[in-house]
Write a protein that binds this ligand. Structure first.
Ligand code: CMC
Length: 435
């Protein structure tokens, strides 16, 4: 069969080039063949924010942004959220298939064995100021784990890689909960390995003087679904960071700390926190039209709206909007929901948002649910990070095993000064600097 190609005629030289089209993409290195002379470097592609560049082949997550489709390993997110637990989905993302009963039991046991952290990690976390942002504590502590597990450097060893995955998936809820307890001056709660992954997380967060914490099953389920919805999202900013940092062959704790830093930003996982701040600032339904007017005038963004890939309703936001009622039934309604609904209603009728295809994303409703569950606003990005840890790890391993991948190292277009000579030093200045 004839290969699909793109014919390029270089008007500078009149030469014709056949560039192969593979999987709907052109291999960018092929462009280097387009040269004006033998010593010409060749043409490069320029795409500052990866607007139209595929950086890898992946078998993990599929998104159709126009149709609002999200699938993990081929399974629709709606079905996974309805029928499976977070640890089953974590197994699916890492290994490619859903676990059978035996595999799930072994996986759960292995992760549960790794929920505790070294006492020195606790001491390290105690050193943070009382008002330290939990996400700052989280990402620093994850980075510090690399010093506790120097064996993690053996990234070419599958046994070592999987051990670090178990440690990370097991420990991220513990670190997240400790960061929260620290901010309140509350004693840390040890993991309770009789509870499920998610119930144990709620226990470490909210247990007070009772000998055993019994979380409400509806809230455990809601939290589990939230973790599932956040577990992976193909090549987003933080996953790209995980792959990019990991491509230097650093240990996964250091890479994951960098990924969590990328997630912290308000344009990414920090948006859930920013949505709550925004809704509080709006304050009442009556103020919504004026707020939307300010956004349209370029004075700030409507947080929780818009997405690089989704140009229709984010399927995760759809699930969360429905799930909010189940949580409100147990915990009471979050009064901010009325402002959020009005904001969505007005935005979805307004040409500014319609023409730019700006719809609610996952962060628009998640914060309202977290708040109803009594999580403080600053912990929201950390909750996102717990779920996403699994996706980061699956993507990291896929990158390491991909023979096409190398150290991530983009090119640039240099626009600085041409070579110029350093002026002679002012008399006496060079000697002063040397001292
Ligand atoms: N409010 C108002 N205008 C917006 C918004 C928004 N939330 N998002 C995009 N726009 C406008 C933007 O000003 C631009 O308009 P114009 O063409 O007139 O210059 C146009 O829409 C395209 O925006 P962009 O910045 O080029 O789009 P992007 O793909 O680079 O950015 C985004 C995607 C998610 C960073 C952006 O939509 C945004 O800042 N949203 C708010 C933050 C947010 O909710 N982030 C969470 C993302 S989903 C969860 C996650 O994965 O973290």
């Amino acid at each position: 069969m004839a290969q699909d190609t793109l014919t390029v005629i270089d008007n500078r030289t009149g030469k014709k080039y056949e560039i192969p089209i593979v999987d709907g993409t052109i291999p960018a290195p092929e462009l280097r063949k387009i040269k004006t002379s033998a010593d010409d470097f060749g043409v490069m592609s320029y795409d500052p924010a990866f607007m139209n560049t595929a950086s890898c082949r992946s078998r993990i997550t599929y998104i159709d942004g126009d149709k609002g489709i999200l699938r993990y390993r081929g399974y629709p997110i709606e079905q996974l959220a309805e029928r499976r637990s977070f640890l089953e989905v974590a197994y699916l993302l890492v290994f490619g298939e859903l676990p059978d009963a035996g595999q799930l039991a072994a996986w759960t046991e292995e992760i549960t064995l790794h929920t505790m952290v070294h006492e020195n990690i606790k001491k390290l976390m105690e050193a943070f100021r009382y008002d330290a942002h939990p996400m700052g504590m989280f990402l620093s502590t994850i980075g510090a784990l690399s010093t506790f597990y120097p064996d993690a450097k053996h990234i070419g060893d599958i046994t070592s890689r999987h051990l670090q995955m178990l440690r990370l998936i097991g420990k991220v809820p513990t670190i997240a909960a400790y960061a929260y307890r620290h901010s309140l001056g509350l004693p840390y709660v040890m993991p309770d390995n009789e509870l499920s992954y998610t119930a144990n997380f709620l226990s470490m967060m909210f247990k007070m003087t009772e000998s055993k914490y019994h979380p409400n099953p509806a809230l455990v389920r809601a939290m589990d679904v939230l973790f599932i919805l956040h577990a992976d999202h193909e090549q987003n900013c933080s996953t790209n960071a995980m792959r990019g940092i990991g491509s230097s062959h650093v240990d996964p704790y250091s890479a994951l700390s960098g990924a969590a830093s990328a997630l912290y930003g308000p344009l990414h996982g920090g948006a859930n926190e920013a949505v709550l701040v925004m809704l509080n600032e709006i304050g009442s339904i009556a103020n919504v039209p004026a707020f939307v007017k300010r956004v349209k005038a370029g004075e700030g963004r409507l947080m929780g709206f818009g997405h690089r890939v989704y140009k229709s309703y984010d399927p995760r936001a759809k699930i969360l909007k429905q799930m909010a009622d189940a949580v409100f039934e147990v915990q009471g309604k979050n009064p901010l929901i009325q402002i959020a609904l009005e904001l969505e209603r007005i935005a979805l009728e307004d040409d500014y948002f319609v023409s730019r295809k700006l719809y609610p994303n996952v962060d628009f409703y998640s914060g309202l649910i977290y708040q109803a569950m009594k999580f403080p606003v600053t912990i929201f990005p950390v909750l996102f990070a717990i779920g996403r840890t699994v996706g980061w790890l699956a993507q990291w391993e896929e990158m390491l095993l991909d023979p096409e991948q190398k150290i991530a190292r983009p090119r640039q277009i240099y626009v600085g000064p041409a070579e110029r000579e350093v002026p002679k030093a002012i008399v006496g200045a060079a000697q002063t600097a040397a001292r």
